[in-house]
Ligand binder design. Structure first.
Ligand code: SAH
Length: 386
């Protein structure tokens, strides 16, 4: 992508910061951000941040696509996104980030809605039926798996079989269709109840070398290609020989830890969200991984309570807010020699790296990865050693 990519919705949407920049320019901006925020600490440690790992295909990378359905004042059915900081729906089709086929499927649903006389949900008075459509794409054994989720306000689904027939007639690649019931007046897209309408109710993805089950609500990295590169980097930094015990803190659904488990003696994942822990255990079992365990706990507390943990390598992937001074102190107290820090926020990474430095750690490597082209999100992978 050397040409400019411009998006007619960018001002109203706010999702893309760099839709008017070439990809090379975007990468340079991100390299510059890393230099600005992390250049000093890198210099103090005698290293240079690596150039950002760019994407081969910086457009249409999102494997999860969401559209809210609405009617205009004139009664026209539209689908798109909420205007930034509001509940007004703006009509969007052909978003530059979203998988093209997912987009075409949602467009087809919009086309089918009038002939099935489905009523569009009205957020102001809580009437109507169809609220959102989500499409999630996976790949397993080289074959595409596509899940369509229709979020509706009640369980009725008039003309269900004919609708499935019509939609699959246009897109036979769709492997499963799920109806999700969301009666609440909420900005949350998904409600609590799923009804499988067609297929198995989930998709699977094996592009990371492991098989992951993706249900309507489960977390999965949205850019599969770049995730592969990020995890590859984390694994390389961890320098595992098969003998190490690894602690995967803030482990989410356990992907990084599972990725490392093949090269480690044992992995322990720690995660606060019980749903993510359940998915992590499930995924490990499905992949026949027996040298991994998952613990549902606050990461800082876990560290403080397991000073004698004896971990050789710590991998950490905290949320945007970063880790805590107590976590970092505890890690040092546990005498962990090698730390791989995956960060989605360079500002908190810089802050935490300084805290690690105070505990006698040195930054050895720092490489940004462009997980989300066109947006200003910046992911980094850092290697810290004692
Ligand atoms: N590596 C993970 C994603 C990590 S995102 C994956 O690929 O799935 C950051 C994770 O930290 C989230 O899952 C979040 O629930 C978790 N988290 C947030 N605060 C936490 C805390 N105090 N203790 C443990 N986990 C926490």
């Amino acid at each position: 992508m050397s040409e400019m990519t411009s998006c007619p919705y960018s001002k109203k949407c706010g999702g893309c910061t760099y839709s008017d920049r070439t990809y090379a320019e975007q990468l340079e901006i991100k390299n510059e951000t890393v230099r600005k925020l992390l250049g000093q600490i890198a210099k103090e440690n005698g290293i240079k941040p690596g150039p950002i790992v760019g994407a081969k295909e910086p457009l249409y990378y999102r494997n999860k696509v969401h559209s809210v359905f609405a009617r205009t004042k004139k009664g026209q059915i539209i689908r798109g996104i909420y205007r930034r900081d509001s509940h007004e729906v703006i009509s969007v089709s052909g978003c530059l980030l979203e998988d093209k086929k997912a987009d075409a499927i949602i467009e087809e649903i919009k086309r089918l809605v009038p002939s099935f006389k489905y009523r569009i949900f009205d957020e102001d008075n809580g009437t109507g039926w169809l609220r959102h459509v989500l499409v999630r794409m996976g790949k397993c054994g080289g074959k595409e798996e596509i899940m369509v989720i229709l979020v509706t306000a009640d369980v009725a689904f008039p003309g269900k079989n004919n609708f499935v027939k019509a939609l699959r007639g246009a897109f036979p690649e769709i492997t499963t269709i799920v109806q999700n019931i969301n009666k609440k007046r909420t900005s949350m897209v998904l409600g609590d109840r799923d009804i499988v309408v067609y297929g198995k109710g989930f998709i699977e993805d094996d592009r990371l070398g492991l098989k992951f089950r993706i249900s309507p609500g489960s977390f999965f990295q949205i850019n599969s290609e770049q995730t592969k590169k990020l995890y590859g980097l984390a694994l390389e930094f961890a320098q595992l020989t098969g003998k190490e015990t690894v602690l995967d803190a803030y482990c989410g659904t356990g992907t990084i830890g599972m990725f490392m488990s093949k090269s480690a003696k044992k992995v322990t994942g720690v995660e606060l969200n019980p749903d993510a822990v359940r998915d992590a255990r499930d995924n490990a079992k499905r992949n026949g991984i027996t040298n991994i365990e998952f613990i549902c706990a606050d990461a800082t507390k876990y560290m403080q309570e397991h000073v004698e943990g004896g971990y050789d390598v710590l991998c950490m992937d905290p949320p945007r807010s970063g880790s805590t001074p107590e976590f970092i102190k505890a890690a040092a107290g546990m005498d962990i020699g090698r730390i791989v820090y995956v960060s989605c926020n360079p500002e908190t990474l810089a802050r935490d790296l300084k805290l690690f430095a105070k505990q006698g750690y040195r930054l050895k490597k720092l490489v940004p990865v462009d997980m989300f082209p066109l947006t200003d999100n910046l992911e980094c992978c850092a290697l810290i050693e004692k």
